[in-house]
Design a protein around this ligand. Sequence first.
Ligand SMILES: NC(=O)c1ccc[n+]([C@@H]2O[C@H](COP(=O)([O-])OP(=O)(O)OC[C@H]3O[C@@H](n4cnc5c(N)ncnc54)[C@H](O)[C@@H]3O)[C@@H](O)[C@H]2O)c1
Length: 350
Amino acid sequence: MTVTVAVIGAGADPDTVGPEGFSMGYRHAEAIQSIDECTLVGVADIVEENAVAFADAYDLGDEAVFTDVAELVDERSPDMVTVAVPPHVHADVVIECARGGVEAIHCEKPIAATWADSRLLCQEAARFGVQLTFNHQRRFKPSWELAQELLADGAVGDIERVETYATNLYDWGTHCLDALGFFTDDVPADWVLAGLDYRTENVWFGVHNENHATVSWEYENGIHGHAFTGGPWNPLDCRHRICGSEGELRVDVTDGPGIDVRRYDGDGSTHDPEGADAIQLAMAEVVTAYRTDGTSRLAATNALNGTEIIFAAYESVRQRGRVELPLEIEDHPLETMVSEGTLTPVDTDD
Ligand SMILES: NC(=O)c1ccc[n+]([C@@H]2O[C@H](COP(=O)([O-])OP(=O)(O)OC[C@H]3O[C@@H](n4cnc5c(N)ncnc54)[C@H](O)[C@@H]3O)[C@@H](O)[C@H]2O)c1
């Protein structure tokens, strides 16, 4: 079975990366081209020169270039699309594709720029029977993947607490919150409590991100979570720390191994797994799930759990209290607090 794939959102320049853009469409295309069953059949970008440059790079031909998503879907009828547009347009693009008959949609993280849009695009994909996945590709990073396997095999006994450190909660943190879900059986949380500092403007892909935060929550299965972001230092000496009844497992130890397991009985082990490119591994698994009617590790339901914690953390700051879930807000509280003047980050570029 051949899977025809189109990319939505090419990006301006794959060689220039930063908070303004990474041209993730090119990374998607490289991953698609590495999969024998996939054929790249089109690109859409509202900036025509971006779409044309992308089509030239992959020899797609003029007939594969679009500036309108609906026209691309209508004329090329791709089985699958990958979405690499900024977060505030994820919902519009995903819903357009779902309603247009696309059967599998692999969308970039974070899910969307508001909690309402996050729920809506997942709801519409489910309603139209679309396989919707999000590119939390770090579930395929060798150290994160092996950590999940070791934890599932009982490396630290029963998991009691999971901790993570990220540059920020929304843009980078979505990978980390997603990973903690991966380590703890992908269940929703019951409540979230958070505090943050936002004094210097920090906008990633058009969305505000705090400078420093601490977040606590409890999953439905009783496991506690803690996230630390930004600030002057990483209070963990690693990316993730998982504490269990029989020991601790640390992932991506600073200046250390990919995984360090220390058991309270005195045993321990370190691991430095190697692997291929995580974006390619993620894309291959998503395509296989589509071809075999299986379930991807990157399924929308998994992504929603971490995303709810992120938006609930910002809501906790707005409410100055603990937020009980499910989260019943519509907006992105940090964005609202900035636009209403409750938070006044300074633009240091001025
Ligand atoms: N998974 C990761 O590790 C990772 C890394 C970087 C960025 N991202 C995510 O990828 C997404 C895209 O980021 P990027 O860095 O590639 O951005 P980018 O700015 O480099 O590219 C986005 C492209 O989308 C186009 N676009 C905007 N609105 C559109 C629309 N309505 N229809 C069609 N095209 C449209 C723009 O013209 C631009 O060419 C974001 O959600 C970002 O958070 C993920």
